[in-house]
Design a protein around this ligand. Sequence first.
Ligand code: X90
Length: 280
Amino acid sequence: MLERNVKIVTDSSSDLYELGDFSFASAALKIVTADKEYVDDAHLDVEGMVNDLLSYKGKSSTSCPSVGDWLEAFGDADEVYAITITANLSGSYNSACIAAKEYEASHSGARVFVVKSRSTGGEMVLVAERIAELVGQGVDFDAVCSEISKYSHEKTGLLFMLESMQNLANNGRVSHLAAKFAGILGVRAIGKASVEGTLEMLDKCRGAHRAVETIFARMKDFLYNGGRVRISHCINSAAAEKLKSLIHAEFPKADIKIMPCRGLCSFYAERGGMLVGFEK
Ligand code: X90
């Protein structure tokens, strides 16, 4: 049998740079200020950007990958699985769908499946890893597509912890009212990706310790039972490590990975923010 030429592609909001040995690429979102454009690719100095933005007082915004960016990421694979940030907050899904049609039209026999994640960060990582696993087991394209639609909607979730929601509110991704969940010194907002793929606020927590405990309690409310967890954080490995040890104390065998946020999630989660993708 011929080796399948399969590629998994996400936009840079997944916080992934690579996917083990699997053929992988990411399509960069961009962070734009009056002075500078930050392309969220492998060359971006994420911490440098976060620090620039802390002292920058002007307007800032983001933009999704273009159709061309997605096409470039697809490369020359015969089978492409593309995973995008929630279509409710970004045009990334739309561009990926247009790219998928163009790609299939210009590469005879090629197939592209675009996964509408309704989420971002670690929840996209779980989906990417699940696709890699299924392909590795020899599951064919159509079966992977139907399995993944189920998996991403029923078996995974995303919780987040934010110290500031300024950039989300300034860019119309949450209401100014919701943004009041965070922003008071020492208060962290906890929320989840809703079924529609928007931010749903859950708790206000005083103190870092309390916030991490609340995240873990919420994970269990949402049926976490020892499955995989993928945590990304914006310059806050302390919170990520703390969550990891809380989970391990109760579920010693849980497979947990921690990664730094790339540019897009760093921009919106802001310094101290954390995103937690988990299996139910
Ligand atoms: O197209 C674009 O310009 C990108 C816009 C993205 C807006 C939202 C990004 C949120 C990033 C914040 C916490 C997790 C939110 C969960 C959402 C379902 C991270």
